[in-house]
Design a protein around this ligand. Structure first.
Ligand code: ARG
Length: 252
């Protein structure tokens, strides 16, 4: 009986104070936001010349964490591993991640911070011009991305999935795939870095637009805090500054 009472008391204390009970800790490490990403998706996330994380998402969440009084610690991982790692290995993920119903079963998302669409990267002389032409083609994608899912919907398509989008582009240059389906930002960067390749908006191929969100543990108090900090970062002009620095060149 005493044991039961002690247990009930301990539980009540936890509920009342919401501290020191493990489950209520907001981040894994005090004062730190451990953020997972996949540093191979320019201009959203990449490494700079010194090997440090860089890109629009990187700077955006660092500004958000700053408003929350937290320092960011980076974890570079495979894109497909991010969602499952949230709440266990990482506190949050920012990775040009599209808000999808499937992912929402596992994580919560912040307010959308960017709208994109899938693009088709093609050799300049490609005969692929319409959605119809994509049928029965060999398509390169990054594994576990919305580009991967879109390619799988195409009738008769053979989908080659790579750990990094740039590997798919290498196989496009080698002639091993007919095209690559990838988000607008990196598609435009790949076009700019590779003479002979063109990036065509998926809108012309009937692809719908996608919203990017910051993924957070389901039901976490971090969701509201991140949203509030995101609003502040927009209001004080930081968002626009970063947009001009990283994204202006990949917009149409
Ligand atoms: N927006 C796409 C998705 O959510 C691709 C994101 C890939 N991001 C990355 N950092 N590799 O599936």
């Amino acid at each position: 009986m005493k044991k039961i009472i002690a247990l009930l008391l301990a539980t009540a204390m936890c509920v009342m104070t919401l501290t020191a009970c493990g489950a209520s800790k907001e981040t894994m490490k005090e004062g730190v936001l451990v953020v997972g990403t996949n540093l191979a998706f320019p201009p959203f996330e990449m490494v700079d010349d010194n090997g440090n994380p860089d890109g629009f998402d990187v700077k955006l969440i660092e500004a958000i964490a700053d408003k929350m009084g937290l320092k960011v610690e980076w974890q570079d991982m495979e894109f497909g591993a991010l969602v499952a790692a949230i709440g266990t290995k990482i506190d949050a993920s920012i990775a040009a991640m599209t808000i999808t119903d499937e992912r929402k079963k596992t994580v919560d998302f912040s307010t959308p911070y960017y709208t994109a669409v899938q693009y088709i990267v093609l050799p300049e002389n490609s005969d692929i011009k319409t959605a119809e032409d994509l049928k029965n083609k060999t398509i390169g994608v990054q594994l576990g991305t919305t580009g991967d899912y879109a390619a799988q919907e195409i009738e008769g398509a053979t989908v080659s999935a790579y750990d990094k989008a740039v590997y798919a582009v290498n196989d496009l240059l080698n002639g091993k795939v007919d095209c690559v389906i990838v988000d607008q930002g990196p598609a435009t960067v790949f076009q700019n870095n590779n003479p002979g390749l063109v990036a065509v908006s998926g809108v012309e191929f009937d692809f719908a637009t996608e919203d990017y969100g910051i993924a957070l543990p389901k039901g976490s108090p971090l969701v509201e805090k991140v949203n509030k900090a995101l609003e502040e970062v927009i209001a004080d002009g930081t968002y626009d500054k970063l947009f001009n620095e990283y994204l202006a060149t990949v917009e149409e």
